[in-house]
Every structure is written in structure tokens, then in C-alpha cells.
Design a protein around this ligand. Structure first.
Ligand SMILES: C[S@@+](CC[C@H](N)C(=O)[O-])C[C@H]1O[C@@H](n2cnc3c(N)ncnc32)[C@H](O)[C@@H]1O
Length: 309
């Protein structure tokens, strides 16, 4: 790196550091290193096909062992201030007609499912296609009210029609490379949701791509993204390192359109900023400055209701 005193000196420390980086890169699939080439990266049909193969959500390559282990160590404080609590609120948790059973679609390492069951008393059906994610979830975030299931082909065959009260997909739709997959999952969620139940999609805000928030940046500053464009998320980990994860850009408008097509009504998009966070939660906003989050919403919540009662 120019200006980096260690690399300029070519010291043993710099050599060791480079060797560690090379070893870490070798462990990762090629797309994990895309960000480093980002400015020179030009998508071609071949590169997109390769990307999509790696992101195929019904294989373990979507979140393999190394990625799953890294993701489990992401610092999710911003999510616990401006994301997850708003998703739960959108679903009516804590309200007069609160859901009893929640589907956590794409539960990852199970941190959210566990906390929802523990703190809000919900029964959580947590599903994910990644065997590695589910293994971490079961080992670290087991709870008597949480059941973990592997989902295949977007099907929730083990769930009857109208069998859950509410559903959420937190930072999951961004992993989907095609609108067909977004639509297929929304339709399956619609099937298992009881009439009157709500479904919320939580994702990074599509108007704020490239903006550096306290613990993440989604995409590159100055780059304009269209629906389906690959992008790289930069996530702060609890050890202070930054994790790069490939995902896809989808706009709030597109999510609303898909939810409407599938049959959801009463569609809403929320974009909370710091002033909307009622009180310090498990991640106390006072411990960070959250300067950017005062003015700009890091996340968007697109949600709707399966009509009927
Ligand atoms: C960024 S993680 C989010 C995990 C969790 N929801 C959270 O907020 O911590 C995305 C998760 O979506 C899962 N995923 C990817 N494709 C999926 C699909 N087609 N259906 C369900 N989950 C999927 C991945 O395996 C991964 O666990």
C-alpha cells in the first residue's frame, strides 16, 4: 500500500503480514476478493455466470464454512439499533395482537432467532440453506423455543399453509441473484403465513449504497447500481477487521412490486434513523457516535400483510 511504512520498509513484519493475507485470500472463494479489484472489475456474461454459480443459494457455496464462521463474528450493533427492533415492530411484536410463531427466513448463525425467542417469548422457526450456518446456529444459539431447519429449493415443505403468524427475511434477499428467486421465496412465505400476518424484508437501504455507516458499507461510493447488480458489502467484525461479502443490489421499489405481485397488501417501507430508535437496546447507541445514522437510514424495511383474517 503506498504510504504504508511497513511495506515501504519491506520489514519482516510486513512480509509476515502479507503472507497471512495471502493465506487468508487463498482460503476464500474468488468472489471474496472482488472488492480489491473492484475499480478495474468489468462484468462479462462469463464473470456473472461464475458469480451466480458461487451464490447459488441452494448449495453450500452461498455461505460456506469460512464465510459462515466469519459472518457469525460480524459486529451487528447497528442492526440491533436500527434494523432488527424495527423489523419486530413492523411484525407487531410487543403489540396488542402480537405474533406467537415467527418464521426467520435465512436465519444465518441464529443470533436473531435466539434473541427473539429469549427476549420476546416467540416460537421461532429458523431456516437457512447453508449447513454451516445451521451448524453454528444449533451449537451457539440453541433455545427451547427455536427450531432450525434446512431449506432447499426455496420450499418450506415441512410447514403447512397458514401456519406461521409472522415472517422476516433479514439481510437475505440481498444474497439472491435473480428476481425469480426473490419472487419464489416471497410466494412461499405468503403460503405459510396466516391471513392477517405480516412479512418484513430487512436490507441495507437501497438509496444509501456506498455510504459508510458505523459498522458497514454496502457497495462502492460513487458507483450507480441497478437491480441485480453484484456489489460487495464491507462488514466490521468484532475483532476490528473488515469482512467483504458479495451480494446484489435490489431497490425498495422492486421489493414492493414483488410483494404486491405475490398478493401482499398494506405495503410499507420504513427507513429508521437514530432519532427513531426509542431507547438503547442490547447495543447501546451511546457507546458509538452513529454520526451518519443520525441523518441517513442504514437499512430499509419493506413489509406487507397477507390479506384476510
Ligand atoms: C447475511 S446472512 C443474514 C443472516 C441473518 N438473517 C442475520 O440477520 O444475521 C444471509 C443468510 O441468507 C442465507 N440465504 C442465502 N440464500 C438463501 C435462500 N435462497 N433462502 C434462504 N436463505 C438464504 C445465507 O445462507 C445466510 O445465512
Amino acid at each position: 500500500m503506498p504510504g504504508d511504512p511497513l511495506s515501504a520498509l519491506g520489514s519482516p513484519v510486513a512480509d509476515a503480514e502479507q503472507a497471512i493475507n495471502r493465506a487468508a485470500n487463498a482460503r476464500r472463494p474468488w468472489y471474496m476478493n472482488v472488492q480489491r479489484r473492484r475499480l478495474g472489475y468489468r462484468e462479462t456474461p462469463a464473470s456473472r455466470a461464475k458469480w451466480m454459480r458461487h451464490m447459488e443459494p441452494n448449495t453450500d457455496t452461498a455461505y460456506d464454512a469460512s464465510t459462515s464462521a466469519d459472518f457469525a463474528e460480524v459486529d451487528d450493533r447497528v442492526g440491533w439499533v436500527l434494523g432488527y427492533p424495527f423489523a419486530l415492530r413492523a411484525l407487531g411484536v410487543g403489540g396488542p395482537d402480537a405474533p406467537v410463531t415467527l418464521l426467520d427466513y435465512g436465519c444465518g448463525p441464529g443470533k436473531v432467532a435466539h434473541r427473539v425467542a429469549r427476549d420476546h417469548g416467540l416460537r421461532v422457526i429458523a431456516v437457512d440453506p447453508s449447513a454451516e450456518m445451521l451448524s453454528i446456529a444449533s451449537r451457539r444459539h440453541g433455545h427451547p423455543r427455536v427450531v432450525y431447519h434446512r431449506v432447499r429449493e426455496h420450499r418450506l415443505a415441512f410447514l403447512a399453509d397458514s401456519s406461521v403468524d409472522a415472517a422476516m427475511a433479514c439481510f437475505v434477499f440481498l444474497a439472491l441473484p435473480s428476481l425469480e428467486q426473490v419472487r419464489a421465496i416471497a410466494a412461499e412465505v405468503w403460503r405459510v403465513l396466516r391471513p392477517g400476518g405480516r412479512f418484513v424484508i430487512l436490507d441495507p437501504h437501497s438509496d444509501h449504497v456506498g455510504m459508510q455507516f458505523s459498522a458497514f458499507r454496502s457497495g462502492e461510493p460513487g458507483v450507480s447500481y441497478q437491480d441485480g447488480d453484484p456489489r460487495v458489502a464491507h462488514l466490521l467484525m468484532t475483532n476490528g477487521e473488515w469482512l467483504e461479502l458479495p451480494d446484489y443490489f435490489w431497490s425498495a421499489h422492486t421489493y414492493q412490486e414483488i410483494l404486491a405481485e405475490v398478493g401482499f397488501t398494506d405495503l410499507r417501507t420504513d427507513a429508521p434513523v437514530l432519532a427513531d430508535a426509542e431507547r438503547p437496546g442490547p447495543a447501546d447507541p451511546r457507546t458509538w457516535d452513529y454520526d451518519v445514522e443520525r441523518e441517513h437510514a442504514p437499512f430499509m424495511l419493506v413489509h406487507g400483510c397477507r390479506p384476510g383474517s
